[in-house]
Design a protein around this ligand. Structure first.
Ligand code: NAD
Length: 440
């Protein structure tokens, strides 16, 4: 899989830096060409990537296209449509003491050589979307796919050099030794997606070179269900959002937070919704994925005892299968509530009312997303104003990250910085202040 030795990163970075210095990546035409070629790669080899995603994660072709290949194509199209406008210098008002003839504006400068480190759960989308933002901003880029999705990593390493300018884009495959060697190099920005423990390693390494970082991390994203919400709709949407990619989604609803009465009423709705989506035997369903590896399978299996199983609970280690599971009567101190679940287990935790729900959320790390299902404007406003999370979704989980005009990122333990659309340009550029006063 990996034929690069840990010595090579220095050479790779030096080559990309030379390309950047030459000015090759600056013209908008170069950037647009790279994005168009990436688009062509995705249309010509979407099937190969889907196959790799099926090998690594048991993703169905439909899901592979919807959440990875087509998602990335949409982001490319959005960027191609707006790039000129996003890059336009922005005038700033000049104070009177500088005279009438002075002008001021900001312009975006590319940063240089960017490192993108991607995780395994959406190994195409989460590698290519930051990369295309870095290229659209005029940078050279090293991408490091996750070794835990080896088929996808190999496909990316094989395909990218066939389409993109190899003097400005490099793929480095590998695990901890290769990533550690990369991190010793000086980059102009590091964009990391994954868990917070490695996020800290990345940030420490970046500090050596005073390199800015974007950390796209995870955490426990709560789903608050209000009294009086239409539980039929709520259960359908939560089941879709939670069990997509077998729950291995950074913005998946991690747990349900609701009052005891609603919790009871939700139980039968969850049973119905799971069966409606995956049939009586989810293991046979094409729409339900598998756990990435045995380590995660064992970690998740140990969480199944944290409550009463309303639906699911079945496991098969050889197949890395864990049924879509809903747990009721879950104690907030139980193992399933102590860490990000990142798998197909949905605990229901009860609180007395909205005040207690807000306190519950604020007592814990700031989540990547907060979801709420409510008909009440006041409840929506209070949740928006009184809690902090990377994103906030009313009535629909996950979907906010598909809006290219919204910044996607976390806060506190769920990360720092953001991207997508114009926010990728903000992330991968320096906004330079310029003042001009005529000499005459
Ligand atoms: P992972 O194990 O694939 O790790 C991510 C990357 O870090 C990989 O490329 C890996 O090679 C590298 N890495 C691992 N250990 C390292 C080390 N010691 N030194 C340097 N590099 C190292 O993925 P993961 O961390 O298991 O991903 C799951 C986590 O990521 C979850 O917490 C999830 O919520 C989060 N996540 C966040 C987002 C987001 O957009 N915010 C998206 C997906 C996943």
């Amino acid at each position: 899989m990996n034929d690069r030795t840990p010595e090579q990163p220095a050479e790779i970075v030096a080559q990309l830096r030379a390309t950047f210095r030459s000015g090759r990546t600056q013209p908008v035409e170069w950037r647009v060409t790279q994005l168009r070629r990436l688009r062509r790669l995705l249309t010509e080899h979407g099937g190969d990537l889907a196959e790799a995603l099926h090998t690594d994660l048991g993703k169905s072709t439909t899901e592979a296209f919807r959440t990875e290949v087509d998602f990335t194509i949409r982001e490319i199209d959005h960027t191609l449509e707006h790039l000129d406008a996003w890059l336009r210098p922005e005038p700033a008002p000049v104070p009177g003491h500088l005279g009438d003839d002075a002008r001021a504006w900001t312009r975006f400068d590319a940063l240089g050589v960017v490192l993108v480190i991607a995780p395994w759960n959406y190994p195409v989308q989460l590698l290519l979307t930051p990369m295309l933002g870095a290229l659209a901003s005029g940078n050279a880029v090293v991408v490091k796919p996750s070794e835990l999705a080896p088929a996808t990593s190999a496909a990316i390493a094989r395909l990218l050099p066939r389409y993109l300018d190899t003097s400005a884009v490099a793929v480095v495959e590998g695990a901890i030794p290769e990533t550690t060697a990369l991190l010793a190099e000086r980059f102009d920005h590091i964009f990391y997606t994954g868990n917070g423990a490695v996020g800290r390693i990345v940030m420490r390494a970046a500090a050596e070179h005073l390199t800015p970082v974007t950390l796209e991390l995870g955490g426990k994203s709560p789903a608050f269900v209000d009294r009086g919400a239409d539980l039929n709709v709520v259960a359908d949407r939560l089941v879709r959002g939670k069990f997509l990619n077998a729950g291995q989604t950074c913005v998946a609803p991690d747990y349900v937070l609701t009052d005891p009465e609603t919790a009871r009423a939700l139980e039968s709705e969850f049973v119905r919704a799971v069966e409606a989506l995956f049939g009586a035997e989810p293991k046979e369903s094409d729409a339900f994925g598998r756990i990435i590896n045995e380590r995660h399978f064992d970690r998740l299996s140990a969480l199944l005892d944290s409550g009463r199983s309303v639906t699911g609970g079945a496991t098969d280690r050889a197949a890395k299968y864990i049924a879509p599971t809903v747990l009721a009567d879950v104690d907030p101190a139980s193992p399933v509530m102590r860490e990000e679940i990142f798998g197909p287990i949905l605990p229901i935790v009860t609180v007395a009312d909205l005040d207690e729900a807000i306190a519950f959320i604020n007592d814990r790390d700031k989540p990547l997303a907060l979801y709420a299902f409510t008909e009440s404007d006041t409840t929506r406003e209070r949740l928006a104003a009184e809690t902090s999370s990377g994103g906030l979704g009313f009535g629909l989980p996950l979907a906010h990250l598909t809006v290219s005009d919204l910044p996607f990122g976390g806060v506190g333990e769920s990360g720092m910085g953001s991207y997508h659309g114009r926010y990728s340009i903000e992330t991968f550029s320096h906004r330079k202040s310029v003042l001009e006063k005529p000499l005459g």
